[in-house]
Ligand binder design. Structure first.
Ligand code: URA
Length: 437
């Protein structure tokens, strides 16, 4: 088989066979196929698309390019959640301890922030000492004690994706639904889970700005997961404004701990409990999603979920005291309010601008090598539908140095639309459920 023939075949709109796709993934992982040919093939896939069968084969090939975790010695269902990313999207730190405290196993492998969106690993690392770089054996020990473990991708899990994602990032080929599906589902299936809940975000702070694109990707991922014998559903959720009020790593950890103590913002609490409820249902812990909601609420109210997160933090080397004594978390030296230029109602927020403002203050990665400042970020005081007076704070910026402060401030100012009349009632946080319910 010659790669040039497969590039031509895809370029001309042909469908690749399973053997051809496996040849590409295996050859590239082994270092036998050059970046320039794989780049050409990726671009052909982006432009011509892939059939459902091709996408499923590519996902399988990604999954089997490395280690697949095996939890046979744990006689409980393993479940996980994946979000396509957003601003202030921090539900993993809330639902993981809820679901583990409820008796299921959560072997979560997460990523870092991408573009204007935050990443679970960056948030966890803002807890002093928290180690996300565990081997599979260390992960196993943590799981045995508390039922959950949150780590980053290891060298042995989905190596094909690690190489191919880096190439896609620099060749303009990230935005292919088939490639995104294979990348995400390959990694998630390598966790050895029985069920997966996908949180596919849409709106101004999401990668998928259009709901139709989010639905298309969700359907593709659900179908691919089902073909692999897993229980998978996707929730299409709103990302037209930040989730909760905190954007920035340590600020977000604080907000998560507030939710686990029953005093977090409603939107973040509701979505976290909803995702946890679906995990309970798909993991056969409850007979219905409604029972899952009830169980999730109970585990927060009786303190079990917070206790579970404290235990996991300690097992992963973190300072669990910092989860209730927030003075032990990194704190920015300075704060500045961004005031509203007019009075009225907030009718629209360009959510991506809030994410970029936090990134400019040092809260995210501009390049893969960038280190981040865990203390900085944005507190959002006004959300869509809120009344605001001229001069009142829309947001507070938390910063250490003021190099990009002016830019961050003007981004937030231009990201808010304030009008004299109130906007129509907000659309539901969960817009649609995709998959066999
Ligand atoms: N996240 C991933 O892990 N892969 C993609 O392709 C896009 C987002």
């Amino acid at each position: 088989m010659r790669l040039v023939d497969l590039i031509r075949k895809k370029r001309d709109g042909g469908e690749l066979s399973g053997a051809e796709i496996e040849f590409i993934v295996r050859g590239y992982t082994a270092g036998e196929l050059p970046d320039y040919q794989i780049s050409a093939w990726l671009m052909a896939v982006l432009l011509k698309g892939m059939s459902r069968a091709e996408t499923a084969t590519l996902t399988q090939a990604m999954l089997h390019s490395g280690e697949v975790l095996d939890w046979r010695e744990f006689p409980r269902k393993k479940v996980d959640k994946h979000s396509t990313g957003g601003v202030g999207d921090k539900t993993s730190l809330i639902l993981t301890p809820i679901v583990a405290a409820g008796g299921l196993l959560v072997p979560m492998i997460s990523g870092r922030g991408l573009g204007h969106t935050g990443g679970t690993l960056d948030k966890l690392e803002s807890i002093p000492g928290f180690n996300v770089n565990l081997s599979s054996d260390e992960m196993r020990r943590v799981m045995a004690e508390c039922g959950a473990c949150m780590i980053g991708q290891t060298a042995s899990i989905c190596p094909a994706d690690k190489k191919m994602y880096a190439l896609r990032d620099v060749t303009g080929t990230v935005e292919s639904p088939a490639l995104i599906c294979a990348s995400i589902m390959g990694k998630k299936m390598a966790e050895g889970i029985d069920a997966l809940v996908l949180d596919v975000k849409t709106g101004s702070g999401a990668f998928m700005k259009q709901e139709a694109d989010a639905i298309h990707l969700a359907e593709l991922m659900v179908e691919t997961g089902e073909r692999m014998g897993k229980r998978v559903i996707a929730l299409i959720t709103d990302m037209d404004q930040p989730l909760g009020r905190a954007v920035g790593n340590a600020l977000e950890v604080i907000e998560c701990m507030e939710v686990l103590q029953g005093r977090g913002p409603d939107d973040l609490t509701d979505l976290s409990l909803e995702l946890a409820a679906w995990m309970f249902y798909l993991g056969e812990r409850t007979a219905s999603v409604e029972e899952g909601r009830k169980l999730a609420r109970e585990l927060v109210a009786n303190g079990s979920a917070l206790k579970n997160f404290q235990q996991m933090t300690a097992l992963q080397g973190g300072n669990a005291r910092a989860l209730t004594d927030f003075g032990l978390l990194p704190t920015a030296r300075n704060r500045m309010e961004v005031a509203s230029a007019s009075s009225g109602y907030v009718t629209q927020i360009d959510c991506e601008k809030i994410g970029v403002a936090s990134l400019l203050l040092g809260g995210g990665h501009n390049t893969k090598e960038d280190s981040i400042n865990p203390a900085v970020g944005v507190t959002v005081h006004k959300k869509t539908g809120d009344r605001v007076k001229r001069g009142e704070a829309l947001c507070t910026l938390h910063y250490d140095d003021d190099r990009q402060l002016t830019e961050a401030k003007s981004l937030i100012g231009s990201g808010y639309k304030v009008d004299a009349t109130a906007p129509p009632l907000r659309r539901l946080l969960v817009r649609k459920v995709i998959g066999k319910v």
